[in-house]
Design a protein around this ligand. Structure first.
Ligand SMILES: Nc1ccn([C@@H]2O[C@H](COP(=O)(O)OP(=O)(O)OP(=O)(O)O)[C@@H](O)[C@H]2O)c(=O)n1
Ligand SMILES: C[C@](O)(CO)[C@H](O)COP(=O)(O)O
Length: 230
């Protein structure tokens, strides 16, 4: 199974001067944790990382430290996550028929989660890893007046990995570009094209490191894991 890792962001919400994936967690860059889980997955056989060329020297240093057995390709990212994934899809080897896409910023995803997603992708054209929403969600208008309270049992918080048949996802991205759709995940393009997206149970700890609080939480979770594995 091929894996694409969007890693070309800027970390604006982190308030960071550089790509947040280069910030360290327990002395290792965020991206390093994500790659270590991908390397440990039984099903992933090829990894493509979409990044900004300025970050490539740092990415190469991370790869050299990790000495991964799996082949890794660095791919130029775009101005948005959507564009970065588009570029990644164009760079997949011709034999890639199914692909997992996983945010570099979700650095706590486990190898088991990659494997569960890869296995599920053999039985459906598109899937996302997600967890049931714990909060009560409000729909609010521009004046910050609550307009609706959707039934919580129907709400799931989308995570990555997200997985798709390559041919279909490429078509959805092309249609999105033609029609000017702007989305925050690949499943949204699949949905807009009327294609089914299956839910695979995610991990509560699979947070996306977005703000400084997430960084502190991620460090806490990793420390617990390290303690437990002793
Ligand atoms: N042009 C972009 C923007 C984002 N990403 C990647 O998409 C994932 C999710 O994006 P997000 O958490 O929003 O990362 P940033 O864009 O870095 O953060 P921010 O939106 O706060 O600037 C990250 O792994 C990020 O590197 C990407 O590949 N290309
Ligand atoms: C793909 C994603 O991680 C699913 O939760 C999320 O949509 C990425 O969105 P962001 O706007 O780039 O944070």
């Amino acid at each position: 199974m091929h894996l694409l890792i969007p890693a070309a962001g800027s970390g604006r919400r982190m308030g960071s001067q550089r790509n947040k994936l280069l910030l360290t967690l327990l002395s290792k860059p965020l991206l390093s944790w994500t790659l270590a889980a991908a390397e440990a997955s039984q099903h992933i056989s090829w990894i493509g990382i979409m990044g900004q060329p300025d970050d490539f020297p740092d990415f190469k240093a991370i790869l050299s430290d990790l000495s991964l057995v799996k082949p890794v390709e660095l791919i130029q990212g775009g101005a948005t996550r959507q564009e970065s994934v588009y570029n990644g899809l164009q760079a997949l080897p011709p034999n890639a028929d199914r692909v997992l896409i996983h945010d570099g910023a979700r650095c706590l995803a486990t190898a088991e989660l990659f494997d569960r997603s890869a296995e599920a992708l053999l039985t459906c054209p598109g899937l996302i890893v997600a967890v049931p929403v714990k909060d009560t969600i409000k729909v609010v208008d521009e004046r910050r007046i609550v307009r609706d309270t959707p039934e919580r049992s129907n709400l799931w918080a989308a995570q990555t990995p997200q997985g798709f048949e390559v041919k279909l996802l490429k078509q959805c991205h092309e249609e999105g570009r033609q029609k000017g759709w702007e989305v925050t995940d690949d499943a949204a393009l699949f949905e807009k094209c009327g294609l089914p997206v299956q839910i695979v149970e995610g991990e509560e700890t699979n947070l996306k490191v977005t703000t400084p609080v997430d960084l502190a939480l991620a460090e806490f979770i990793l420390r617990q894991r390290t303690e437990q594995s002793k």
